[in-house]
Structure formats: structure tokens, C-alpha cells
Design a protein around this ligand. Structure first.
Ligand SMILES: [Zn+2]
Length: 252
């Protein structure tokens, strides 16, 4: 039987921590694994701690663009290197101008992002990238690195940018917003089938049918059901295809 893997979730978030034991039981019963991304040094350590509790947790360590300005780079790079045999990837990393007030702040994000990409290339690990309104900048940086598994999580570009992502061999992931957003549904149908991954990005809250509830990993089968309907495939057929994509993304 196949396993469904959340391509991007923040299980190290303090909102989830008191419920870790229940979340891990639910994941086991529902046959769900998780690429658990980190934001900074503190959450990278929490992700590693969670990783010791269950093999269903696939730890990703990194510095999120929101934290790039105030987070020290070296301790996180060190942590990644020291734990390279325990982690499945590097993330959440990326660029986002909404977190900076000037060009210096953005340049700092670029510097942190490039250092993380170099390390991913060196350690041969996949990356989970935050690309809100910065796809063009990211597309210009990526070709300098040789990384097999590049995920543009919560893909929110236009059709042309989706094509560019496919040309660069990137994976893209869709989450709960796809259940109610027609734009995302159209993008899904135009995505190379072997590059589709699914995510929740919990604990981020979603509107419409999700009613701004804290997003749980248990929402993931709904995202898969929706994707299978849009793609006109059976649920189990889509599950198998996504599992195959996930294994290639992780390089396992
Ligand atoms: Zn995220």
C-alpha cells in the first residue's frame, strides 16, 4: 500500500508541539509521512527532535526568508552539516520581499538563500523553496546550482512561470487552497504529471471550506482527493503517482 507524503509542513511549530504524540499516531494510522520544514535555528532543532520520535518525519532544516535578516547563518549551516545523515532535505529557504524594507534586506535574503543552495548541492539534498512573488529572481539563481530535487512549494506563479519551472526540472506543490481556488486547479492540470507534489503548509490557516482552522496534516487526503478529481483519475491511482514523484524528489 502506498504512503502519502506532505511535501511541506511545519510540524516543529509551537502550535503543533503539544500535540506531537497524537499527530504521529494519526500519521501512522492514515499512512502519511511528512517533509517537516524549519524556519530558523530553534525550529531546526525542534524538527530534529521530532525526527527522533518517528521515521514518518522527514526533517528539512534551513532559514526561512522571514528569518534571514535576524538569524545567524553559521549555526544553521553547522547544524545541517552535523546532522546531514539524519535529514532528508534543506528548507524552508527562499526569497520574499514582503519581509524586508529595503534592498539591503533583500540582498541578505539572497545571500542566505545562495549559501543554503550551495550546501544542498554539496550534500546532495533536495530543497523546499518559498517563492512568493520572487519566482523570476529564483529562476535566475537556480541554474547556477546542481540540485536534483527542487520544490517550489505553494506554487503561485502564472502559466508562463509554471512552464519555466518545468523547463528547469522543478517540482511544484499544491495545497488546501487548490480545493477552492480555480486558478490553482487550472495550474495543476498544466503541470507536468511527474512534477506534482501535495502539501498542507500547516499550521497556515486557509479560508473558504477550511474556515481558518489550523491546518492539520490530516487535511492532506482531501487535497489528494481534489487533485484526483481535477486530473480525472482514481484516488488510488493519483496516490501512487504522487508517491512516485515524492520518491524522485527525495532521491530515494
Ligand atoms: Zn512553509
Amino acid at each position: 500500500m502506498s504512503w502519502l507524503t506532505d511535501a511541506h509542513i511545519h510540524l516543529s511549530d509551537s502550535e503543533f508541539k503539544p500535540e506531537w504524540q497524537f499527530i504521529l499516531v494519526a500519521m501512522d494510522k492514515m499512512r502519511i509521512k511528512a517533509c517537516c520544514v524549519s524556519m530558523d535555528y530553534q525550529s531546526s532543532n525542534a524538527t530534529l527532535e521530532l525526527g527522533t520520535k518517528s521515521p514518518l518525519v522527514l526533517p528539512f532544516l534551513g532559514i526561512h526568508p522571514e528569518k534571514a535578516g535576524n538569524e545567524e547563518l553559521e549555526p544553521v549551516l553547522d547544524l545541517i552539516m552535523k546532522n546531514s545523515n539524519k535529514i532528508s532535505g534543506i528548507g524552508e529557504i527562499g526569497l520574499d520581499r514582503t519581509y524586508v524594507s529595503d534592498e539591503n534586506g533583500f540582498n541578505r535574503q539572497v545571500d542566505v538563500f545562495e549559501k543554503m543552495l550551495s550546501l544542498a548541492e554539496k550534500l546532495k539534498k533536495p530543497v523546499s523553496i518559498h517563492s512568493r512573488k520572487t519566482l523570476e529572481e529564483i529562476f535566475s539563481i537556480l541554474p547556477s546550482y546542481h540540485i536534483d530535487g527542487v520544490l517550489l512549494h505553494w506554487f503561485a506563479g502564472n502559466k508562463k512561470q509554471l512552464q519555466k519551472a518545468m523547463d528547469l526540472g522543478c517540482y511544484v506543490s499544491y495545497g488546501p487552497a487548490m480545493v477552492y481556488s480555480q486558478d490553482k486547479q487550472i495550474l495543476l492540470t498544466q503541470t507536468e504529471p511527474s512534477k506534482i507534489l501535495l502539501e498542507t503548509d500547516g499550521p497556515v490557516k486557509f479560508s473558504k471550506c477550511f474556515g481558518y482552522k489550523t491546518t492539520q496534516i490530516t487535511f492532506l487526503p482531501s487535497v489528494l482527493f481534489c487533485a484526483s478529481q481535477i486530473l480525472g483519475k482514481r484516488y488510488d491511482e493519483t496516490l501512487e503517482a504522487i508517491e512516485k514523484n515524492m520518491n524522485s524528489y527525495l532521491g530515494v
